[in-house]
Design a protein around this ligand. Structure first.
Ligand code: SF4
Ligand code: SF4
Ligand code: SF4
Length: 157
């Protein structure tokens, strides 16, 4: 998973000089050198606060924060198999860590409450990923990636 505001993958790869500026700038230290030396987000290390520092420091403009307030990426969380609540073990860790309140717990008769994720509220920040004791949460891309001509000015930078 590329850093937030990354251009569509082939364009990103062409623009990124692997300078590490975004990695060094990230206050939550979730950006790491991945395959080929290109940066990627690793949610096992923490969450993205969408502070924008990585994009602001990206001189070749491989990360472009547009003026239109577009979502930084298409990532969304999903809850898969292995959730403790599914097995009848009380756990609300993901919901407690979600800054958006996107994970609610639905009471069940005769069982513990199950997590329910509201896609529309999820920003893909990754705050729920590392704390989940069973790694039942995944983050994946939901929508098409963006092309650079969607961000002609980059005026927020
Ligand atoms: S927006 Fe901020 S917290 Fe998120 S990856 Fe970039 S520098 Fe790190
Ligand atoms: S933190 Fe993990 S195990 Fe706990 S309720 Fe959330 S998804 Fe299930
Ligand atoms: S990725 Fe972030 S916003 Fe989405 S459910 Fe997890 S903690 Fe909440």
């Amino acid at each position: 998973m590329r850093p937030p505001w990354a251009l569509v993958e082939p364009v990103f790869l062409a623009a990124c000089t692997r300078c590490d500026a975004c990695i060094d700038a990230c206050p939550t230290t979730i950006l790491v050198r991945a395959d080929g030396g290109y940066p990627a987000a690793d949610f096992s290390l923490g969450e993205c606060t969408f502070c924008g520092e990585c994009a602001a420091r990206c001189e070749p403009r491989a990360l472009v924060r547009g003026a239109d307030g577009a979502a930084p990426w298409a990532l969304k969380a999903s809850i898969g198999h292995g959730c403790l609540a599914e097995s009848g073990v009380e756990c609300r860790v993901c919901g407690e860590n979600c800054p958006m309140g996107a994970i609610r717990f639905r009471p069940r008769l005769g069982g513990v409450a199950l997590p329910q994720l509201d896609d529309s509220a999820c920003t893909g920040c990754g705050a729920c990923f590392a704390p989940c004791p069973t790694r039942a949460i995944a983050l994946g891309a939901e929508a098409a990636e963006r092309m650079p001509d969607e961000f002609p000015t980059g005026s927020e930078r």
